[in-house]
Design a protein around this ligand. Structure first.
Ligand code: MRU
Length: 388
């Protein structure tokens, strides 16, 4: 298990690693209210579908623990918690984990038996049930990711179109789906981590992931931290890599995470994922989506109905990083923002794109691997836990 932790929590205290400062600086922000969580998520100091949901759920738990709920009846307590959760839901729209977590938390507080309790005891019971459920979401996430790692690595080893002479596979991943995007281990990067731990990984490639550079800032950081044999490429180098059928560059699979997998298997993930899926199909490379069942949205029929978040132009026209001195050394204490394009150019900045189910070979969940029958659609009903 990785020592990297995006989220540190003990009851009443939540600290979140500021990912905008990575890979140069490890700084944790204390997040104690819904407003602080909203800002932390919106500004992408924490990001990644599972981590967003966990931070929102726990932050409100901390707020409740600190006595923010002044309701005098159980109905008022439920209404108060609902309003905080509805507010948090607006922080980022595309990842469904947050919505699923909120639905689960709302159902949980409604299932508390308050009969025979006075109003103060009823309020405490609701608050306690909320906090326990939020903590359970956090705890379960790592367990889930370890299972995804196990199922995904087994499936890939059985279905890899190419292996090294000693039976290992090389894979490419996009964006960041590791310990930093989850409570630990990760989803797509978790599969790569599991392959490496079991001695089955030949080489990992990660894309830079423009414009936010989660690949170069975060995934590269995790791969180096874990001492996993790995190489960084720009997003535009993927086709050249896939055409290289030599040594560690002979890629068996693209493994990505998901912000939302809808009923037919269409998958929203970091922009650039769709292009990789098209390229993978052309080159006979397996395309794997690693997603906990909390990232699956059976209410939405197809990818056309997914709301894609659009972000500000400056993410394309400016970049920030630590200053590199004349001696070539990185000064982690000096960060600078620089312009990389004319500041008046029009910009389109969708944070995600939708990969059609047709291009996806397998969706790996904690409850098993789902594949299509022939060229048909995915059917997730059999693997969904009851609560969703
Ligand atoms: O905009 P981000 O950084 O929140 O986007 C993250 C991704 O697209 C991840 O690949 C996805 O959330 C899966 S995280 C395990």
């Amino acid at each position: 298990m990785s020592g990297l932790q995006a989220i540190r929590y003990t009851r009443g205290k939540l600290d979140v690693l500021d990912q905008l400062r990575l890979p140069h600086e490890n700084h944790y922000d204390q997040v104690s209210t819904s407003e602080e969580a909203f800002d932390c998520i919106k500004s992408m100091r924490v990001r990644g579908a599972p981590a967003i949901a966990i931070v929102a759920a726990l932050a409100h738990g901390v707020e409740l623990h600190n006595g923010s709920c002044k309701a005098s009846t159980s109905d008022e307590a439920i209404a108060y918690i609902d309003s905080r959760l509805d507010y948090l839901k607006e922080s980022r729209p595309t990842a469904v984990d947050l919505t699923n977590a909120i639905t689960h938390l709302k159902n949980t507080i409604r299932s508390v038996d308050v009969s025979g309790k006075d109003s103060s005891a009823a309020r405490s019971a609701i608050v306690d049930a909320y906090i326990a459920a939020a903590e359970e979401i956090f705890r379960k996430d790592t367990e889930t990711n370890l299972l995804i790692g196990e199922h995904g690595s087994k499936w890939l080893l059985e279905n890899a179109p190419v292996k090294s002479a000693d039976g290992k596979v090389s894979a490419l991943t996009h964006c960041n789906t590791g310990s930093l995007a989850t409570s630990g281990h990760g989803t797509a990067l978790g599969i790569i981590r599991s392959l490496h731990t079991a001695g089955h990984l030949y080489h990992a490639f990660c894309t830079e992931t423009r414009p936010y550079n989660q690949g170069s800032r975060l995934t590269a950081f995790e791969l180096v931290y874990e001492k996993i044999p790995s190489t960084l490429i720009t997003d535009s180098m993927a086709a050249a890599l896939f055409a290289t059928k030599k040594s560690e560059k002979h890629i068996a699979a693209v493994i990505v995470g998901a912000d939302r997998v809808v009923r037919n298997g269409d998958t929203a993930n970091k922009v650039g994922t769709y292009a990789l899926a098209v390229l993978a199909k052309y080159h006979g490379i397996k395309f794997i989506v690693a997603a906990p069942t909390t990232s699956i949205d059976l209410q939405t029929v197809s990818g056309a109905d997914i709301q894609i978040e659009e972000r500000k132009p400056e993410e394309l026209t400016q970049i920030s990083g630590a200053v590199v001195g004349k001696d070539g050394k990185v000064d982690v204490h000096r960060s600078e923002r620089v312009a990389t394009a004319h500041q008046e150019i029009g910009v389109w900045n969708p944070a995600f794109d939708v990969t059609p189910a047709e291009l996806i070979d397998a969706v790996v969940t904690e409850r098993g691997v789902v594949v299509k029958v022939g060229r048909g659609q995915f059917d997730f009903k059999g693997i969904m836990p009851e609560r969703w």
